[in-house]
Design a protein around this ligand. Structure first.
Ligand code: UGA
Length: 434
C-alpha cells in the first residue's frame, strides 16, 4: 500500500519504517529541512534499538522516502498518518495546534478518497475536530480514523512489529477495511485488531497509560508501607503478581515514572475529566505519589549524612528516565540532582546514552564522567537512578576502591540486599529492609 506519515519524530519514524518493512511504500513528511536531509542521507535522528537497521534497509530498497513537500508526500497515498507533537499546554491539556494546522492544509490539497489516521495521543473528540478542519476546505470523500500507538521507548520496533493488540477507531466500513488490510501482516500470530468508534479508541490510549501509571504509583505506596512495617516489597510483588488477574509486569517500585508519555497522559486525562465536571480522584493521587516518589531517596541520603550535604560529592549512575533510551524528559535523576546541588553537594554523573542530552540541559551544573567507574572517584556515596543492565553486576572491587565511603542509595533495587551487605556496604533501596 502507499502510505504517508506526517511528522518524523519518534512515533512517525518508527511507524514509517515499520510499515515500509512489511513492503509498503512510505513517504514521511516533515517541515524540518535539516531533519529531512539527514534522514534522506541515511542518518537516523533518534536513538531506538533495532530501528537503524530497518531504516537503512528500507531506505536502500526505496520503500522509505522523506520530503518537506506535503502535497508531493500525500499525492499517491491511500492512508495518511498524523504523527505530530501534542505538547501539554500551560493548563495540562494537549495542544492540538500542529494536528489541526496540518488537517486544514490537507483540506486544501486532497483530491480523492483517503484515510487520515490520528497516531498521536490525542484527547477524546480530536478525530471529529480533524474531520471538521479538513472539511473547511475539502468537500470530497475521506475518513478520519483513530489508531493510537502503544510503543515503549527502547523496544518500540518489537512493539510495532508484534503488537499485543491494534486498536482502530473508525465508524466507516471502508476505512476499517483499509486499516485491517494494512495491519494484517502484524497480527499473524492471532493478536487482536480491535475495532471501535473513534472516541473510544482515543480514550483507550489514555486509559491504558493511566492504568499502568496507577499500577506503578500503587506499588510505590506499597513500598513505602513495606519500609514502615519491615516487610520486603520484592516478596510482596512476587506474591501479588502471581495472581493472573494482577499480572507480574509493571509492579516494580522505584523512584517514580518519567518520560514523555505517562506524566503527560495522566495529566491530560485529569484535565479532560475536569472539562466534563468529573473529578478523577485516583489519577490525582497517582500524580501526587509520583511527584513525591522521585525524591524518595533524599530523606535517606540526608539522614545518613546528618542533614548536611554541603561539600559532599555524589556519584550518580543513570540519567535517562528508563534504560535503553537517551530520553531524559521527567527523569527522576534530574529532580535528585536539583535537590543535591541546592543542598550544596556536587555530583558526578554517568549514563550510557543520555549524557549529551543532560549536557545540553544542565551545562556545568554537574561533572560528566567518562564511564560508570570514573564517576565514583572521591564520591561520598553512589546513587543509582536508572536500571541500565551494565549497572546490575558491576565490579564491586572497583566501587570499593573508588568511593570514599561504602555507601549506595539505589532507586531501582538492582542488588540483593543480603549479598551487598555482606560486601560491607551501607545499602538503601526502595521498600526493602536497610
Ligand atoms: C509508555 C507505555 O508503556 C507504552 O505502552 C506507550 O505506548 C507509551 O508510554 C506512549 O504513550 O507512547 P514508555 O514511556 O516508553 O512507554 O516507557 P515504559 O517502559 O512504559 O516506562 C514508563 C515509566 O514507568 C518509566 O519511568 C519506568 O521506569 C517506570 N516503571 C515501569 C516503573 O517505575 N515500574 C515498572 O514496573 C515499570
Amino acid at each position: 500500500m502507499k502510505i504517508a506519515v506526517i511528522g518524523t519524530g519518534y512515533v512517525g519514524l518508527v511507524t514509517g519504517t515499520c510499515f515500509a518493512e512489511t513492503g509498503n511504500n512510505v513517504i514521511c513528511v516533515d517541515i524540518d529541512v535539516t531533519k529531512v536531509q539527514k534522514l534522506t542521507n541515511g542518518e537516523i535522528t533518534i536513538y531506538e534499538p533495532g530501528l537503524e537497521k530497518l531504516f537503512l534497509r528500507n531506505l536502500k530498497e526505496d520503500r522509505l522516502n522523506f520530503t518537506t513537500d506535503l502535497t508531493e508526500g500525500i499525492k499517491d497515498a491511500e492512508i495518511i498518518f498524523l504523527a505530530l507533537p501534542t505538547p501539554p499546554g500551560e493548563d495540562g491539556s494537549a495542544d492540538l495546534k500542529y494536528i489541526l494546522g496540518v488537517s486544514e492544509e490537507l483540506g486544501k490539497i486532497l483530491t480523492d478518497y483517503k484515510v487520515i489516521v490520528d497516531k498521536s495521543t490525542v484527547p477524546v473528540g480530536t478525530a471529529a475536530k480533524v474531520k471538521a478542519a479538513i472539511e473547511k476546505n475539502y468537500k470530497g470523500e475521506f475518513d478520519v480514523v483513530s489508531n493510537p500507538e502503544f510503543l515503549r521507548e527502547g523496544v518500540a520496533v518489537d512493539d510495532f512489529m508484534k503488537p499485543d493488540r491494534v486498536v482502530i477507531g473508525a465508524s466507516s466500513e471502508r476505512a476499517r477495511n483499509v486499516m485491517g488490510q494494512l495491519y494484517a501482516p502484524f497480527v499473524r500470530q492471532g493478536n487482536p485488531v480491535i475495532y471501535m468508534d473513534e472516541k473510544s479508541a482515543e480514550l483507550t490510549k489514555y486509559a491504558a497509560n493511566s492504568f499502568l501509571a496507577t499500577k506503578i504509583s500503587f506499588m510505590n505506596e506499597i513500598a513505602q508501607l513495606c519500609e514502615l512495617l519491615g516487610a520486603d516489597v520484592d516478596q510482596v510483588r512476587k506474591g501479588v503478581g502471581s495472581d493472573e488477574r494482577i499480572g507480574r509486569r509493571f509492579l516494580f517500585p522505584g523512584i517514580g515514572y518519567g518520560g514523555s508519555c505517562f506524566p503527560k497522559d495522566v495529566q491530560a486525562l485529569v484535565k479532560s475529566s475536569v472539562e466534563v465536571n468529573y473529578d478523577f480522584q485516583i489519577l490525582n493521587a497517582v500524580m501526587d505519589v509520583n511527584e513525591k516518589q522521585k525524591l524518595h531517596l533524599m530523606p535517606k541520603i540526608n539522614a545518613y549524612f546528618n542533614n548536611d550535604l554541603k561539600g559532599k560529592h555524589f556519584a550518580l549512575w543513570g540519567l535517562a528516565f528508563k534504560p535503553n533510551t537517551d530520553d531524559i524528559r521527567e527523569a527522576p535523576a534530574l529532580y535528585m540532582i536539583d535537590e543535591l546541588v541546592k543542598a550544596g553537594a556536587t555530583v558526578s554523573v554517568f549514563d550510557p546514552e543520555a549524557m549529551n542530552n543532560v549536557k545540553k540541559l544542565l551545562g556545568d551544573k554537574v561533572e560528566y564522567a567518562e564511564n560508570q567507574y570514573a564517576a565514583l572517584n572521591n564520591a561520598d556515596a553512589l546513587i543509582i537512578a536508572t536500571e541500565w543492565n551494565e549497572f546490575r553486576t558491576p565490579d564491586f572491587l572497583k566501587i570499593v576502591t573508588s568511593l570514599k565511603n561504602k555507601v549506595i542509595f539505589d532507586g531501582r533495587n538492582l542488588f540483593e540486599t543480603k549479598a551487598i551487605k555482606e560486601l560491607g556496604f551501607h545499602y538503601e533501596s526502595v521498600g526493602r529492609a536497610t
